[in-house]
Design a protein around this ligand. Structure first.
Ligand SMILES: Nc1ncnc2c1ncn2[C@@H]1O[C@H](COP(=O)(O)OP(=O)(O)OP(=O)(O)O)[C@@H](O)[C@H]1O
Length: 520
């Protein structure tokens, strides 16, 4: 029986027509995938279902009754719960309070909330104490706390907006078990994700949102990840070729193109004849230890190389990254940066603090109310005294926006109004433009569509061709396979195994990573 019926939905933000004519249905017990490029309108559709924003036109029915929620509370009361993509929960709440906030139970004593919260947390396979403060939890579990929250009421339709984006394959399997349980209870699930291979494992049907319309509505059994990726972007898609490590000789100081050249945030493609990356070691770490967490880790990173690190939450992978960025005290037997001895731990002149990028909105260091132009250039328009420099800067911004395919009508759009993926792409490009030497990137393609992932891969290829060396820390096997030359599987505080990704097809590497990470 049909649970949700959506007919001719439209929604615009100013001149930007996001949803033009969206029609689809979700049946009772059905798990329906929703995919689309960054900025395609998936979250906007979720927001309309959640009562966060109203559609401009079209109709919806829920269990045969007209459905037009006026608020989030109204939507939940009517039976629709949405777990938003960039959910922010008050860090001062306990997990139990977070699960019941906005419900009839809110405000009851913690002791009364605790047992019920435990039941709901078990239902979403989240093993945390209901007394834990939200601020003490890693951000990736907030989506699961929110999933427990939508179950606290008799929700008929659950919308999961990229809840799996920051989860390990094992955690994604658990989320899928939860999704399956919801389906068996007769609830409908709308599952939004860019991680297509995993999505196809759980959904019954897939909707592709393209140019404001449902461009494809197909049984998942009739799709594979490559075909679905092509349907998503509306053009044939080939997986990126294996990385070929190569690096140009150091560039001469100064800008060869002169100060007036458009300063695109993406480094220009390397034209110099590539040299083998193995010629020069950028970072060498021998016997890295973080007491009680990491033991005996050796790392060798060549100039222009990208190595990946992955592992379970308690494997020590996060601690290795934090030791390299100086956030966690650690010791080594030897630490060389370009052959120069360095130390870890308290920052001093010789202390190593590798710069790190995190794909979390809070960590972008970007004011969401600032325009794209200002965000990318840090300049106040009109305050510049040289018109040629101003024009060159604006041209650079426009090129970056165009090249990264950011869905916006103007560079004066505020950063916070961009889709989650478009925000991430621009923040990463901005960060990479000033990233030199050896850097740590946490999940550089999280929440990005298939085309944007390739753009990030290109960003990496170009940065490494200029000599940058990168450590990618990730939960996503596709990301590791696409971006890295070698991937270390961390287990029990050690790198248990290295997988060489070069010269292998990306999907073959992905399978090896999943296999090794699951076995570790
Ligand atoms: N409040 C708003 N004001 C102006 N524009 C908005 C607003 N909310 C969304 N948009 C625009 O609507 C479009 C669709 O955004 P939406 O977040 O729905 O995309 P999405 O498909 O979820 O993308 P992603 O995969 O990157 O999360 C984007 O171009 C975005 O800039």
């Amino acid at each position: 029986m049909t649970l949700l019926q959506v007919q001719g939905l439209t929604k615009s933000f100013g001149a930007r027509r996001v949803l033009r004519d969206v029609s689809f249905s979700v049946g009772e017990g059905e798990i329906v995938g929703l995919v689309g490029t960054n900025g395609a309108g998936k979250s906007t559709l979720g927001d309309v279902l959640a009562g966060i924003t109203a559609a401009d036109g079209g109709t919806m029915t829920l269990m045969g009754h007209p459905y037009a929620p006026l608020s989030v509370e109204d939507a939940r009361h009517l039976g629709v719960g949405v777990v938003q993509q960039l959910v922010r929960i008050d860090p001062g709440l306990t997990v139990a309070q977070a699960v019941f906030r906005g419900t009839a139970q809110a405000g009851r004593p913690q002791a009364e909330l605790r047992p019920q919260a435990q039941v709901l947390l078990a239902e979403v396979a989240l093993d945390v104490d209901p007394d834990t403060l939200i601020g003490d939890l890693p951000h990736f579990v907030h989506g699961l706390v929110e999933t427990a929250r939508v179950l606290a009421e008799d929700t008929r339709l659950v919308v999961l907006d990229e809840v799996s984006a920051a989860l390990l394959p094992l955690e994604v399997s658990r989320l899928h078990a939860v999704t399956g349980r919801l389906s068996r209870q007769g609830r409908g699930v709308l599952y939004i994700s860019h991680r297509l291979p995993e999505m196809l494992e759980v959904v019954d049907r897939v909707l592709v949102l393209r140019e404001g319309r449902i461009a494809l509505d197909s049984a998942s059994a009739d799709l594979d990840p490559v075909r679905l990726a092509a349907e998503t972007v509306g053009a044939p898609v080939t997986l990126p070729p294996p990385r070929v490590a190569s690096v140009a000789p150091p560039a001469p100081q100064g800008s060869p193109a002169g100060d007036d050249a458009p300063q695109e945030l993406v480094p220009a493609r390397a034209t110099a004849r590539p040299l083998p990356a193995q010629d020069e070691v950028a970072l060498q770490v021998r016997n890295l230890r973080v007491p009680g967490r990491v033991e005996g880790v050796d790392l060798l990173l060549h100039r222009g190389e990208v190595i990946g690190l992955t592992g379970h939450r308690s494997s020590g992978v996060a601690e290795i990254a934090d030791a390299l960025t100086g956030e966690l005290p650690a010791v080594t037997d030897e630490l060389l940066l370009h052959g120069e001895p360095r130390s870890l731990g308290p920052a001093d002149d010789r202390g190593l603090r590798l710069p790190a990028y995190h794909p979390d909105e809070d960590a972008y260091g970007v004011d969401p109310g600032e325009t794209i132009a200002r965000t990318l250039t840090q300049e106040a328009w009109g305050a510049l005294t040289d018109i040629r420099k101003e024009i060159a800067s604006l041209r650079g911004v426009i090129r970056t926006v165009h090249r990264l395919d950011v869905k916006t009508l103007s560079i004066s759009t505020v950063f916070g109004a961009l889709s989650g993926g478009d925000q991430h792409k621009l923040a990463l490009a901005r960060w990479m433009a000033s990233a030199h030497d050896v850097v740590v990137l946490h999940e550089p393609t999280r929440g990005l569509d298939v085309r944007a992932r390739m753009q990030v891969r290109q960003l990496l290829d170009e940065a490494t061709a200029h000599g940058t060396s990168v450590v990618v820390v990730s939960v996503d096997p596709d990301e590791l396979a696409e971006c890295c030359d070698r991937v270390g599987i961390v287990s029990g505080g050690r790198v248990a195994r290295w997988i060489d990704t070069r010269e292998l097809a990306v999907d073959a590497v992905r399978d090896r990573i999943v296999e090794a990470a699951t076995a570790a």
